[in-house]
Design a protein around this ligand. Structure first.
Ligand SMILES: [Zn+2]
Length: 280
């Protein structure tokens, strides 16, 4: 999941589980389930802070979801490579790799699934949150009000990094992964190997606009679901932004803008896609 998918999940949870009271929380009896709640020493230490609590709000910080409970505690969720939430009921079979099931007083449940278990959940008090390293070092969020193009220009000029790596650097900007960074660079007409402190003001503005437009469109179309990545929303539905992708996954196919075949390059062990004509 990249930022749009996490934001779609946040909006679904806001509509669907905020206001609901947790009857019970269960961590499955497997080693992987313990890995999913690895910041807690025991299952009970995790579940006892959820049972009987109402979910008051759901916020997003970078790719972390923060579900505040009426006790003041916060249930923090990071989906990692393959984690996801799924809404279910007692009648729906528990899928393989389900590690946590949160059952609601009003009926229905919320399940956390994660085949590769890089994702995690934990409950923390507000004063404990400040001590969590990963949350302290979150970079600027591209959907945040304070993310303006002059701020962005300043941040880019401070670094002398190649654009593809920089956009994927979670310490620089939150939430862009391999897919959206390729799409953003194409949208801005910039090559993957452009160096950040050499961009002109006009290029920075184009890049800023591309980030906003692409992320907002991807959220509107409920994220990207590729064949090799099983992202689905809270209700099991795939996203639709994959049909809008301009370069990602289109090696050898004609560029949608100029018909030149899309090329690939290996960057940080991943395949990147670009148009040699439209991006310079
Ligand atoms: Zn092109």
């Amino acid at each position: 999941m990249e930022l749009p998918e996490v934001e779609v999940m946040r909006r679904d949870l806001e509509r669907d589980v905020v206001g609901k009271k947790i009857k019970d929380a269960e961590v499955k009896g497997t080693k992987n389930a313990m890995r999913a709640i690895r910041r807690h020493k025991t299952r009970k230490e995790f579940t006892s802070r959820l049972s009987g609590r109402k979910i008051a709000k759901v916020e997003r910080r970078g790719k972390y979801l923060m579900m505040t409970l009426d006790s003041g505690d916060v249930l923090v969720v990071h989906f990692g490579m393959s984690g996801q939430f799924q809404r279910g009921t007692g009648r729906v079979v528990v899928a393989p790799h389900t590690h946590v099931v949160i059952t609601f007083q009003q009926g229905g449940d919320l399940r956390f699934l994660d085949p590769r278990t890089f994702g995690e959940l934990f409950v923390a008090a507000p004063d404990e949150l400040g001590k969590i390293k990963e949350l302290q070092h979150l970079a600027i969020d591209p959907l945040d009000q304070v993310f303006t193009w002059p701020t962005f220009q300043y941040l880019l000029a401070e670094r002398a990094a190649k654009m593809k790596q920089l956009l994927m650097d979670q310490k620089f900007i939150s939430g862009l992964g391999n897919i959206y960074s390729d799409e953003v660079l194409f949208g801005a007409g910039l090559r993957f190997d452009r160096v950040s402190d050499t961009l002109t003001s006009q290029e920075v503005r184009r890049l800023y606009r591309a980030i906003q437009e692409i992320l907002q469109d991807a959220i509107k179309l409920r994220g990207t679901t590729l064949e090799d990545d099983a992202y689905v929303d809270l209700f099991g539905k795939p996203g639709e932004y994959q049909h809008e992708l301009k370069v990602y996954g289109r090696a050898g196919l004609p560029c949608r803008r100029c018909r030149t075949p899309i090329q690939t390059v290996r960057i940080s062990q991943r395949t990147s896609f670009f148009c040699p004509q439209c991006q310079s």
